[in-house]
Write a protein that binds this ligand. Structure first.
Ligand code: BTN
Length: 326
């Protein structure tokens, strides 16, 4: 597990990143107050993590290419947030980032702490389902928040994160991501992302909320499970190109912070409006599978709690959970 504390290796990387062309071993050693041998060891270690560093004789080192790593350093490089992802815990593999974030939340992790993983061995989906989490291709992130709200309002945060994910995809890639009630992100009616929010609360007060975000970024068709219940996609499959995950994660955390502030300052209404403008089936006839029964009706929007309003032959039904299909 890597966390956000700065190591000498990260300082070397930061100097390489900000160098105007090459930077000599001597200068690196002087600036960091460590030996040339130590600098060489850090360069070797960075190369082993996939950083391409050219050594030009007489002129020093030059950073040529950075790997698609979800490390705290890559995520925080150029991150414009005040508190989200200021603490990042990055795992090569973990059971579930939500599980780890819930534990960290209970142990007092700071507001905005991010747990991110390259792979998950037991990625959790909604309704006890599994979330396919192969290594090296997608985003699996959980954000610990400590909102000053009553527990009954916590489900509204699902809509904050849905709007953040869809807007982040759209402005980052130019694709047309949409939201599907209650917590799916779709492109061309295929699921590209899912949200799983979990809460720890006392009777009157939210202790912490974990916003879990799974986004299929560079996943190829053969990496999807064969028994999926719905059509699925990735940004790669929808656009034909691969996307840098750390830059996308950064963009997503910036959007999330902006919308979360809007939610705390202005309430749920502006979030709801943005959600409805991104929603795929507004006004269309849909079928909702509630587990015990199915109900058909016209999708008439959401109420103030985030419940789905279905116009079923003139009567307005409120749906609190279920799977929606056109
Ligand atoms: C769903 O659509 O069923 C929700 C999927 C949520 C998956 C994400 S991946 C990161 C976080 N950690 C988990 O174990 N689940 C969520």
């Amino acid at each position: 597990m890597h966390d956000s504390r700065h190591t000498a290796q990260e300082e070397v990387l930061s100097l390489l990143r900000h160098a105007d062309g090459c930077i000599s071993g001597e200068e690196l050693s002087r600036r960091l107050g460590i030996s040339r041998t130590a600098i060489w060891k850090h360069i070797k270690a960075l190369r082993s993590h996939g950083y391409e560093i050219r050594a030009a004789s007489g002129r020093g080192y030059q950073l040529v290419q950075v790997p698609d790593l979800l490390s705290p350093t890559e995520i925080q490089n150029g991150l414009h947030t005040r508190f989200i992802a200021r603490n990042v815990y990055a795992f090569d593999q973990v059971d579930s980032t939500n599980h780890q974030a819930m534990l960290m939340g209970e142990e007092g992790a700071a507001d905005g702490t991010v747990v991110i993983a390259d792979a998950q061995s037991s990625g959790k989906g909604r309704l006890g389902r599994r979330w396919a989490s192969p290594a090296g291709v997608n985003l699996y992130a959980s954000i610990v928040l400590r909102p000053p709200i009553a527990p009954h309002r916590a489900p509204q945060l699902t809509f904050v994160s849905a709007v953040a994910v869809a807007q982040a995809i759209n402005s980052f890639s130019g694709l047309d991501a949409r939201v599907k009630w209650p917590n799916d992100i779709l492109i061309d009616d295929c699921k590209v992302g899912g949200l799983l929010n979990e809460m720890s609360a006392e009777s009157e007060r939210v202790h912490s909320v974990v916003l879990g975000i799974g986004l299929n970024v560079n996943m190829t068709a053969s990496q999807f499970p064969t028994d999926l219940r719905y059509p699925a996609t990735s940004l790669f499959l929808s656009s034909g190109r691969k996307w840098p995950r750390a830059a996308l994660a950064r963009h997503l955390f910036e959007k999330l912070e902006q919308l979360y502030h809007q939610y705390l300052n202005e309430g749920f209404e502006p979030i709801l409006q943005q959600w409805e403008s991104l929603c795929c089936w507004q006004g269309r006839v849909v079928e909702v599978d509630r587990g015990t029964d199915r109900i058909r009706g016209r999708f008439a929007g959401l109420d103030q709690t985030g419940a789905l309003l279905l116009d079923a032959g003139g009567t307005l039904e409120k749906i609190y959970s279920g799977d929606v299909r056109p």
